[in-house]
Design a protein around this ligand. Structure first.
Ligand code: BES
Ligand code: MN
Ligand code: MN
Length: 435
């Protein structure tokens, strides 16, 4: 019988081919037109779980896209690990910016990956990452080296906020019971430097609509006396962050847990080159809250971004229009111990308070998510660090992930298990972007 490593070496090409098939499915959860593909992807994941040796594989329905479940219980006295991942992906738009079609994976050699890297939507977020665990399981199971029970929970709505997964957790609490949850859906510092995310930021997301006159008007006939929704929206947006880079929503920072100077020093020990950072995304300078480093600004401090803004005339040439409406999508990243529900309420109240009486302002909340935090004394963290030391020369470092995985806080709340976030993505994967 082959041992785990031998099994992996022998099956490497098969594993790669299978992963490519998974990446060919356009499982975009956000757009209705991909509904069938998302379901097709759930089937594929179930097929892979079964062929990898998982038992009781099921495609379980939720109010939204289904959850794929599978397990291997070797001994009820042994610890149980629940592996979580998501088979849905972000929309691939704008398609014209892709060098090769997003759902036709290709392998290309790059500077960072001279051995070749797969280019496809979802390669890192999250298909490649959860697939890795299925194959690790397959190899350990086939070689009789599995040291614990394993359960898989692969969902299809992470990229749209996992809104239906909460109820699923409540209804399937027993089935999903575990000692620790293992998630690979974050990043590592570099190919040589593994890291484990001990925190994730939360999210509050709103859409704002500003309405002026009942129709678009001639800007010469009406301009000067009639409120311009785009200008008013711009002014509102402009007042959301002050000159010190702080978010101005009243009481916004009340519940933020400040790190001790020691914790901040520790956090900033992670290798980070500001020029490399700037060059990698071609920005001339960084911005943000005064008194914090980039690592802190993107990991332990909240941030606010306008995700989209539209209104008026943006077509060819000049149209002298005084628009009737303006819109913006605005998201706020939250840190422990901020509550997304509380912040969304404070945020909306604040926007209304900023609205002049000349216009009608409407705010609509979108899905949000709670932040997450764990200690490095956690047994799962220690085990993960030890596991990574088998492969990497450098010791794994604890980091704070700037992105959000909304279900992680609910895993703790409902399933009462902590999540170990071992990311294998790299910044250079530019997840959610083209290519
Ligand atoms: N895998 C990401 C989250 C992530 C990426 C965490 C990199 C840390 C580092 C996840 O799929 C994601 O994109 N989450 C969304 C939230 C969701 C509610 C749309 C996000 O962070 O914007
Ligand atoms: Mn993800
Ligand atoms: Mn994502």
């Amino acid at each position: 019988m082959l041992n785990t490593q031998e099994y992996i070496n022998k099956n490497k090409n098969k594993f790669l081919e299978e992963l490519i098939k998974l990446l060919e499915i356009s499982s975009v959860s956000a757009a209705v037109k991909y509904k069938d593909d998302v379901l097709k992807c759930a089937n594929k994941v179930a097929e892979y779980l079964t062929s990898s040796g998982a038992e009781n594989v099921e495609i379980l329905s939720t109010k939204g896209f289904p959850v794929v479940y599978g397990e291997k219980i070797i001994d009820s006295n042994l610890p149980t690990i629940l592996v979580y991942g998501h088979y849905d992906v972000q929309p691939a738009d704008p398609l014209e910016l892709w060098n090769s079609p997003p759902f036709e994976p290709i392998i290309k050699k790059t500077e960072i990956h001279p051995e070749g890297a797969i280019f496809a939507r979802g390669a890192a977020d999250d298909k490649g990452q959860f697939y890795m665990h299925i194959k690790a399981f397959e190899a350990m199971n086939a070689s009789n080296e599995l040291p614990c029970n394993v359960k898989f929970l692969i969902e299809g709505e992470e990229e749209i906020g996992s809104v239906n997964l909460k109820d699923f957790l409540i209804e399937n609490k027993e089935k999903l019971a575990s000692d620790i949850i293992l998630i690979s859906d974050t990043e590592m510092i570099s190919k040589e430097q593994p890291s484990i995310s001990v925190g994730l930021r939360g999210l509050s997301y709103i859409e704002v609509c500003v309405e002026g006159a009942k129709m678009d008007l001639h800007s010469g006939v009406y301009g000067g006396a009639v409120p311009n929704p785009i200008q008013i929206l711009s002014k509102i947006i402009n007042s959301l962050i002050d000159e010190k880079g702080r978010i101005t929503i009243p009481n916004f920072y009340d519940k933020v847990i400040d790190l001790t100077p020691e914790e901040r020093t520790e956090l900033n020990k992670a290798p980070f080159e500001i020029d490399e950072f700037k060059n990698s995304i071609e920005i001339k300078d960084v911005i943000g809250e005064i008194g914090y480093t980039v690592i802190e600004k993107t990991g332990i401090r909240p941030s606010l971004d306008i995700n989209g803004i539209w209104g008026g005339y943006t077509g060819e040439g000049a149209k002298t229009v005084l628009p009737a409406k303006a819109y913006a999508k605005i998201s706020v990243r939250l840190v422990p111990n901020q509550s997304d529900e509380e912040i969304t309420k404070l945020f909306i109240d604040y926007i209304y308070s900023l609205a002049p009486k000349s216009v009608k302002v409407t705010c609509t909340p979108h899905h949000g998510g709670k932040p997450y935090l764990m200690g490095i004394d956690n047994i799962g963290f220690k085990a993960a660090k030890k596991a990574l030391s088998h492969t990497f020369k450098n010791e794994a470092l604890p980091v704070r992930g700037g992105g959000s995985i909304p279900i992680v806080a609910l895993f703790e709340e409902i399933l009462e298990s902590k999540s170990i976030l071992i990311g294998f993505g790299l910044n250079s994967d530019v997840i959610h972007s083209p290519n």
